[in-house]
Design a protein around this ligand. Structure first.
Ligand code: DGY
Length: 434
């Protein structure tokens, strides 16, 4: 156990950059990513408070004037990733950061609950609360951005306009949306498949779709109103919205600790009430016994079960009865003794692929949320299994980006896929083993 933690720290230290941020993985992801940054800060908070704070600060420094926080910040130069800063041209947006280059899309809003985790972990609470006080308004402004610009039906649910915003990049959830599009065949040079076997990454045709949505956004200077009107991809994602809700809760509690912010607390509570209500009313699928995505562009629910379906447990969204149904769905489909919890996509679906990125493999960050969520709802045994499965995967296979959920394949091959020495796998292991 101690050796694993030592190895995890070595990985984080090796991935830490001079500019004060941590890359998710050498070669494959050579810049700062928004949600990676949050999970990484949690691991760092255990042994290097200075770097943990820097991680958050460097991300928030790149915030746009409208509160938007980009999914990648290009602090540094690197030619090992595509699409880089030159492709995204975030500065087309009039309120984009003048100082930093970034993408014009975002990622799940984890920063609020990350600040709260950092406070829980800190030995010197006063010092950490002082740091939080210096950063928290930026996170509040980010939530304000979401509620002001991305809740177009005023139902407490914000949209994402790109699969890269979801974090679950190539999930089978998006397959039917791709069928509604017919993008040109772009010519570009992939870099990811020079680092990782192509069978574990999205296809070229999928990348055409990804780039096409960005081209539409760029042609409209990343204007939110235009994007809501024109993007072929417009989705209310349960994982994304659950993270926003979890972070709302965190901001409320942190502002109450800090004091003197009654207006912001009241505003957060009002967003929160509407969000939880809207979430339960719109994103729950009775028949599947799970939360699902909603396709706003084509006006229909996307009826598939994925690990995102269970993430509302981490945010306290379902009542006890609904939580019990979620847990049953999870255990029936994903929880067999021959499997590690929790595959990222329904193992019973013909779209399941246990090796391909978000089409089936287990991811440590989703497991981490499930572990805490299940624990909060009183599922001690299952939550412990999620924790032990996560540790076993890393112990047996290494600090990979994602893992095969099938136990038996390890008789003949390794089950770790994607990038190795992956920062959030290391960071969250430190937390799980604490
Ligand atoms: C990638 O390039 O696959 C990244 O995950 C996008 O954020």
């Amino acid at each position: 156990k101690e050796k694993l933690v030592e190895k995890a720290k070595e990985i984080l230290d090796a991935n830490f950059q001079e500019g004060g941020f941590t890359i998710p993985c050498k070669g494959l992801y050579p810049f700062q990513w928004k949600w990676d940054s949050g999970f990484i800060a949690i691991g760092l908070a255990y042994y290097n408070v200075k770097n943990a704070k820097a991680e958050i600060e460097t991300l928030l420094n790149a915030q746009w004037e409208n509160g938007f926080i980009p999914h990648i910040v290009f602090h540094n130069e690197s030619d090992t990733y595509f699409p880089g800063a030159d492709f995204h041209l975030s500065k087309l947006h009039p309120l984009a950061s003048k100082e930093y280059r970034s993408t014009g899309m975002t990622q799940p809003p984890v920063t609020g609950f990350v600040l709260q985790e950092m406070l829980k972990i800190a030995d010197d609470k006063k010092d950490m609360l002082g740091f939080i006080k210096s950063q928290i308004d930026k996170v509040y402004d980010n939530h304000k951005y979401f509620y002001s610009n991305r809740d177009i039906n005023n139902e407490g649910l914000v949209y994402i306009y790109h699969n890269w915003e979801s974090g679950t990049d190539n999930s089978p959830i998006w397959d039917d949306i791709w069928k509604t599009m017919n993008p040109p065949e772009y010519s570009f040079e992939r870099r990811d498949t020079t680092h990782v076997d192509a069978s574990q990454r999205p296809s070229k045709r999928e990348y055409d779709h990804y780039l096409h949505i960005i081209e539409i956004a760029k042609a409209n200077n990343y204007d939110d109103v235009k994007i809501a009107e024109l993007s072929p991809f417009l989705v209310q994602d349960p994982l994304f919205n659950a993270m926003l809700i979890k972070s709302n809760t965190a901001l409320i509690e942190l502002y109450e600790k800090i004091g003197n912010n009654a207006d912001k607390v009241a505003q957060l509570k009002s967003w929160q009430e509407k969000s939880i209500k809207g979430f339960n009313a719109k994103l729950y699928d009775e028949e599947l016994g799970a939360y699902v995505h909603y396709d706003l562009r084509n006006n229909k629910p996307i009826r598939f079960v994925s690990s995102s379906s269970f993430s509302p447990l981490y945010a306290g969204i379902p009542d006890k009865e609904r939580a019990a149904k979620l847990v049953k769905t999870m255990m029936d489909k994903f929880g067999g003794e021959d499997k590690y919890l929790c595959a990222s996509f329904d193992p019973e679906s013909d779209r399941f692929n246990p090796k391909k990125y978000w089409r089936g493999p287990v991811w440590i960050n989703l497991n981490w949320m499930l572990y805490y969520g299940l624990k909060d709802y009183g599922y001690a045994e299952i939550s412990e299994r999620v924790k032990q499965d996560s540790i076993a995967l890393i112990e047996n296979d290494g600090f990979y980006e994602y893992f095969d959920s099938r136990k038996e394949i390890r008789k003949t091959e390794t089950g770790g896929y994607g990038g190795n020495n992956f920062s959030w796998s290391a960071a969250l292991l430190i937390d799980l083993l604490h």
